[in-house]
Design a binder for this molecule. Sequence first.
Ligand code: GRF
Length: 195
Amino acid sequence: MEKKRVGILISGRGSNMQALIRAAEKPEYPAQIVGVISNRADAEGLVFAERAGIPTSVIPVKQFADRIAADRAMTSQFEAWEVDIICLAGFMRVLTPEFTTHWLGRSINIHPSLLPKFKGLDTHQRALEAGENKHGCTVHFVVPELDAGPIIGQAEVPVLDDDDAPTLAARVLVEEHKLYPEALRKLALGQVSLA
Ligand code: GRF
């Protein structure tokens, strides 16, 4: 089996990135993680990736003329790593249409809500304020419109009476770490595609 080569984009903690790296360490997993790019030099996830022996690169927008130039630098780096698939894992910057179109069908994101509900930020607080009794996470293809691409998989959790945003986020995160490796497995095996 030829493993798909996967690049990951992070901005911070990188716990979903860690879940992908751990899954990809298994011999039977159909993808390998070949590089991690962060837009922030202080992203904690970089330390884990480096310890795991994975190449990393920091590409902050402020070192470039604009977002288009920064995204081109990211594409160049991913292409240098011969990446087949990109996983966004807590990447907190909006990507340019040029980037998302270039990687269309080959890039996926994890979002902490049951899309199409609660696109954007503060999803857990907004789910609580809306009185939802279930919440969760979604892995979807990345398209130019934010958090709008076709869904690959979702996982649900209950919202409990005494939840606040942190307790709800923690319950969702447990599911994210299972859902994301499963979704990447499906894409790597060609079981899902962007129609
Ligand atoms: C996760 O909740 C993810 O769904 C969202 O941002 C958070 C990133 O967490 N996009 P981590 O960096 O993967 O720990």
